[in-house]
Design a protein around this ligand. Structure first.
Ligand SMILES: *Cc1c(COP(=O)(O)O)cnc(C)c1O
Length: 234
């Protein structure tokens, strides 16, 4: 007989099912196909056995924000997991991050994008990335300034070893859901503007976390990064 799941792991399965239902229902409200929204289960600070419970419930995409913390978990968990790096990327760890993760969300400068392109070329593979946008131009936050991104886009598009999947953003903290939703809309509009001005369609929008993923989906998120709603508070 398989071992009884622990109470904690049963919670993970139930929370995951609840989050998936909320995603599906929000897609329905927005007239979108739920298949167009990927759920990245964010597992930072949680141990491998908790991640395993989510895996056993069918989850295959997981997000981590620190290489040292993630590596031991990646090594013991099933190989068919798609790992996404969602943290701040340190230049000196970029090669290892690109090696361990299928998608890197935090490419936040032209220099980092160029480095990722060069490393991918040297290693003979492509790097799948999201460009992080500092959508509200907050001084405390990294990421491309929206105008800087528009200006630099031709140079980014010329990096031939990068697959730029789209834009990633974390809106400023806000008391009001409607304000958060406006920031998500601003990210989508920036994506559309890049498309119009540079003739490239960026399909992906990585935006929305536990507290605001429904608003993000209503504004076009194709990938939501959800941690505490599934695994509990950190
Ligand atoms: C931790 C983290 C998340 C998940 O946050 P929750 O509020 O726990 O859902 C999403 N994105 C990034 C970049 C994170 O660092």
């Amino acid at each position: 007989m398989p071992p009884e799941p622990s109470l904690e792991n049963r919670d993970v399965a139930a929370n995951l099912a609840a989050v998936r239902r909320m995603i599906d229902r929000t897609c329905l409200d927005a007239g979108r196909d739920p298949a167009g929204v990927e759920l990245v289960a964010v597992t930072k600070t949680f141990p491998a056995d908790v991640i395993r419970a989510a895996y056993d419930s069918g989850q295959r995409i997981f997000g981590e924000s620190r290489l040292q913390e993630a590596k031991p978990k990646i090594d013991v968990l099933p190989e068919d997991i798609h790992w996404h790096f969602i943290g701040r990327v340190q230049r000196n760890k970029l090669r290892k991050i690109l090696g361990a993760f299928k998608v890197v969300h935090g490419i936040d400068s032209m220099a980092l994008a160029s480095a990722a392109d060069r490393i991918a070329g040297e290693e003979g593979r492509r790097s799948a990335v999201f460009l992080q946008v500092n959508i509200a131009a907050e001084s405390s936050k990294g990421g491309f300034h929206p105008d800087e991104l528009i200006l630099n886009f031709p140079r980014l598009a010329a990096l031939s070893n990068l697959d730029v999947l789209g834009l990633m953003a974390i809106p400023p903290p806000s008391e009001s859901g409607s304000e958060t939703r406006q920031w998500f809309a601003a990210v989508r509009e920036l994506r559309d503007r890049i498309g119009r001005e540079h003739g490239v369609h960026l399909p992906g929008l990585s935006m929305g976390m536990s507290g605001d993923f429904e608003a993000a989906i209503l504004e076009g998120a194709t990938l939501v990064r959800v941690g505490s709603a599934i695994f509990g508070n950190r």
